[in-house]
Each structure stands twice: as structure tokens, then as C-alpha cells.
Design a protein around this ligand. Structure first.
Ligand code: AMP
Ligand code: MG
Length: 494
């Protein structure tokens, strides 16, 4: 295990040359302070988390000191935002510090978000608010805890500076780890500026470093595209199963390896509503919850366009259709697991369609519905039924169908309950919980709520028994969101 100034950098993206980025160090900040540090993620980059020196980490992870071996750069990319092409995006407020190779031979990008202006900042300040940094820090680890592919949080720093949004606000910097920061938008940038040779070089780079087994294959570009499509399908199937809304599924926020990426106005569904819109700026609901699978396909279509010199159009069409098939398979598989079932057939599909109709009509808390369902045959029926009080027979009808499918499976009641508690979270990052952590941090410089949430979100399926954190009352965090806190939306102003 290494200390922060001994990381094993092995930078690959920088070798593509300056068409692809601006080489640039972070802009120093006034008085950085390490607010949170995630020792689980530290292990991914071979960083010794037992002997952290907070002052030293704050210096390096604010960008005030440069990490030996790093080669900071702002990536050039464009992309489709809310369906319209924006030719000028790029890393306006973040920097890829480099790539770290760990003892297992894995590569991890290390990236500072909120590290000052770059060539791509378009007049904005290059910074991120402390509040949005807290949300991103928690959001990434919440998704990881749920087993959904995502970028990771290494650290959260407050910069000691104020920045201006609607009013002056403190700024923060998140250190993000990711398997790659290459987005669909990196390809769009070269395609739209009519530089097909740079598209090809980027595709070759992706194949060489992320899909090396394809290098010799004559269909390598098509197979690369298939891998990207299938990982995107798996990621979005994960979102749909836990009720996660990303909020800004622009093509510049979608990476090549299907990791949930760029946490802005994201949110988890409280009471089930298929049209849930977590982003207050999304007035037309383009990125509403039930649109996400289709938007994944739309983004892949835009990515596919950039590869038109490398993959024949009819083959791209086949791969896009494959995305939809894979998404449906993965989503059904995940929903079956949530319901404690293994047989996925036409009857199961009907059960699932009926379930979503039932949930949309009665709007119970989505997360807790499944936890309660796990115990409905062992004393939990009343609790399950409470949100259905207007027409409890709707629930009963569905339960009759559900029980018939449970009976087809050769498992005991206990086994089924155990399966369901292992696959239905008790703790999710409810917006109001994140907001409480933010309020305490901003108003009282009290960061303890961030730590408490991290303990629960890393362990979302179980009561934190044996977890050393005596002040946590798990029931406070797993309860349905209070009525007054429902429907909270977050805006893009971050
Ligand atoms: P995002 O909404 O974070 O995905 O950002 C969209 C684009 O706007 C990216 O090119 C960002 O780098 C840029 N951007 C967002 N906020 C800022 C900021 N405060 N300063 C500079 N660029 C920004
Ligand atoms: Mg972005």
C-alpha cells in the first residue's frame, strides 16, 4: 500500500495527444479541508487508508499540490444535451489527473471535479458547489452499495472559497475514480468536426485498453459497440430496478463502459411514479424515470453515428435492437430477483406489468414496498397493505397472482424472504436525507451525517448490525419519506 504521493500512475489517455485534451494543472484554492475520505475506494488505487494524513490529502486532492506521476488534462468533448447538439462542451471544471494501475493490474482514472477553469469553461467559474459535491460523493457510493456499475468517490474537499450561483455558496471538490472518463461525447466531438481519423484513433484506443481481446478481430468495432450497448443496458436495468433517476442523460454524461456517471440532479423515487422527474430543469420530462431505457438507446444511436465509417449502418441497427433485447432481459432478471422468483416466462411478465400498474395507481414507497413484500406471508401483511387503503382489493388480486408464481418455485417461505431481503435495499439515498447532510455541513460545519449515511449506503441490504456506529438509528433512515419532503427536485445549477 502506498501513500498519496506514491501512486502508481500509468497514463494512457494522454498518449493520444493534444487533439484530445488541454494539458493543464488545477487552479489552487484558498484553504482546502478534507471533509470525507472513502477508504474502500482508496484500496482500488493501492492507497493506504490506515495512515491518512488529512492535511496532505487535502493539499493533493484539492489540486494545490500536484501528485507525482500525474499528467492533469481537460478532455475535449461535445454532446447532445436534452436532445440538441452542443458543439462546445469539454471538461470545463474538472481534470483527469491520470490513470493508476493497481496490484491487480486494473486501471483507475483519478479525476478532480471542481478544480478550476479550463479552456472549455465557456466563461463559467470552473468550480462546483459544496452541496452538489456532497450529493455526488454520497450518490456514487450509494449506487456502488446497490451493486450498480458506477464511478466511485475517493474524497470530498471543501475549498474554503465562495462561488456565485443564485447566491454566494461554498465550493467543493470531489475526487472521482472511474474505469474510464471517455464519453460518447468524445467521439461526437471529432465526428461532428469532420475528423474521422481521430474517431478511429479513439476507437482503437478504447479497444486496445478496455477490450484488448478484440484487437485482432476483424469485427472489432462492431463488437466494441456491442459491449458498450450491453453495459449501458445493464446499467440502466439497474437504475430501473432500484428506482434511480439520473436526471441528465446527455451523451456527454454517458461513458463507454456503462458506469453511472456525472451525478447532478439525480434522485431515487420515493412514492412510485413512472413519470418521476428528478431534474427541476427538465421541464418536458425528457429524462423522466420511465424514459431512461429509451434514452439509453437514443444516446447509443448518436454514438453509433460517429462510427459510421467503421460499422455498416445495417449492423449498427442490429446492435441497437440487441440493446433493447438485452435491456429487457436484464431488467426482467433483476425484477424477478427482487420478487424472489427465478422463472421468467409469460406469466411472470404479466405479473410484472400488473405490478407496475398497481404501484403507479397507489404510489406506495417503491423501496419499502419490496422490503414489506418479503415478509407479507410472515406477519407483514398489514404494513404492506397500508398504502393501498383506498382499494386494498387491488393489492390482494395482485398478491393472489404473485403467490401462484411463488408456489411454482421450489423454495421455502424463509428462503424466499431471505432472498428478497438480500436484493431489496433497506437504505437508499433519499433526497431529503442527502439534504439533511448538506444542511448540517453548510450551516454547522458538521460532517457527521455524511459519515452516517456512508455507513448505511455501503450496507444497504441489512441492518448495520456489528457496524461500529452507535448513534445510528436505522429505522430513522429506512422509513418512508415524510409527506412534506416528497417530490423534492434538484436543479442543474451546481
Ligand atoms: P454537467 O452538467 O456537469 O455535465 O456539465 C455540462 C458542461 O458544462 C461540461 O462541459 C462542464 O464542464 C460545463 N460546466 C458545468 N458547470 C461548469 C462550471 N461551473 N464551470 C465551467 N464549466 C462548467
Ligand atoms: Mg457532465
Amino acid at each position: 500500500m502506498n501513500s498519496i504521493n506514491q501512486l502508481n500512475f500509468n497514463n494512457r489517455f494522454v498518449q493520444l495527444g493534444e487533439d484530445y485534451f488541454q494539458a493543464k494543472p488545477p487552479v489552487p484554492v484558498n484553504s482546502p479541508r478534507l471533509v470525507a475520505f472513502n477508504s474502500d475506494a482508496a484500496k482500488l488505487i493501492g492507497l493506504d487508508a490506515d495512515h491518512v494524513n488529512e492535511k496532505e490529502l487535502a493539499e493533493f486532492l484539492s489540486g494545490n499540490q500536484s501528485l507525482p506521476g500525474s499528467a492533469p488534462l481537460a478532455m475535449a468533448y461535445s454532446g447532445h444535451q436534452f436532445g440538441s447538439y452542443n458543439p462546445q462542451l469539454g471538461d470545463g471544471r474538472g481534470l483527469l489527473l491520470g490513470e493508476i494501475k493497481n496490484a491487480l493490474g486494473e486501471f483507475w482514472d483519478i479525476y478532480l471535479k471542481g478544480s478550476g477553469q479550463t479552456r472549455f469553461c465557456r466563461g463559467f467559474d470552473g468550480r462546483a458547489t459544496f452541496r452538489s459535491s456532497i450529493r455526488e460523493y454520497l450518490g456514487q457510493e450509494a449506487m456502488h452499495g446497490l451493486g450498480i456499475p458506477t464511478t466511485r468517490s475517493l474524497a470530498l474537499v471543501s475549498t474554503g472559497e465562495l462561488i456565485y450561483r443564485q447566491h454566494p455558496e461554498p465550493a467543493g471538490i470531489v475526487t472521482r475514480l472511474a474505469r474510464t472518463h471517455i464519453r460518447f461525447g468524445n467521439f461526437e466531438y471529432f465526428f461532428k468536426t469532420n475528423r474521422p481519423e481521430l474517431v478511429t484513433r479513439l476507437a482503437d484506443h478504447v479497444i486496445e485498453h478496455y477490450f484488448p481481446e478484440l484487437v485482432q478481430d476483424k469485427d472489432r468495432y462492431r463488437l466494441m459497440y456491442r459491449r458498450v450497448a450491453e453495459s449501458t443496458a445493464g446499467m440502466i436495468a439497474g437504475w430501473q430496478s432500484v428506482g434511480f433517476g439520473h436526471g441528465v442523460m446527455n451523451t456527454d454524461n454517458t461513458t463507454l463502459l456503462g458506469e453511472t456517471f456525472d451525478y447532478g440532479p439525480f434522485g431515487f423515487i420515493d412514492r412510485f411514479n413512472p413519470r418521476y422527474i428528478c431534474n427541476a430543469s427538465d421541464t418536458h420530462g425528457r429524462y423522466a424515470f420511465n424514459q431512461q431505457p429509451e434514452i439509453g438507446r437514443w444516446n447509443l444511436f448518436k454514438f453509433g453515428e460517429t462510427l459510421q465509417n467503421l460499422i455498416p449502418i445495417d449492423e449498427l441497427q442490429v446492435e441497437l435492437d440487441n440493446y433493447t433485447v438485452v435491456f429487457n432481459q436484464k431488467f426482467q432478471g433483476k425484477m424477478a430477483t427482487k420478487l424472489g422468483l427465478t422463472i421468467v416466462d409469460a406469466e411472470f411478465e404479466e405479473l410484472m406489468n400488473n405490478l407496475f400498474r398497481l404501484l403507479a395507481a397507489h404510489q406506495p414507497d417503491y423501496t419499502n414496498f419490496f422490503r414489506r413484500l418479503a415478509h407479507h406471508r410472515s406477519g407483514g401483511l398489514e404494513e404492506l397493505r397500508a398504502p393501498f387503503h383506498q382499494r386494498p382489493e387491488d393489492l390482494d388480486d395482485w398478491l393472489t397472482q404473485y403467490e401462484r408464481l411463488l408456489d411454482r418455485e421450489d423454495i421455502s417461505l424463509e428462503e424466499q424472504s431471505a432472498r428478497m431481503t438480500q436484493s431489496n435495499p433497506k437504505f437508499i439515498l433519499r433526497n431529503y436525507l442527502a439534504q439533511r447532510a448538506i444542511d448540517l455541513a453548510l450551516m454547522e460545519q458538521d460532517y457527521s451525517e455524511i459519515e452516517r449515511l456512508m455507513v448505511l449506503l455501503k450496507n444497504p441490504f441489512a441492518d448495520p448490525e456489528g457496524v461500529e456506529f452507535s448513534e445510528i438509528d436505522p429505522d430513522l433512515y429506512s422509513a418512508d419519506t415524510p409527506d412534506a419532503q416528497l417530490g423534492m427536485q434538484v436543479s442543474c445549477s451546481a
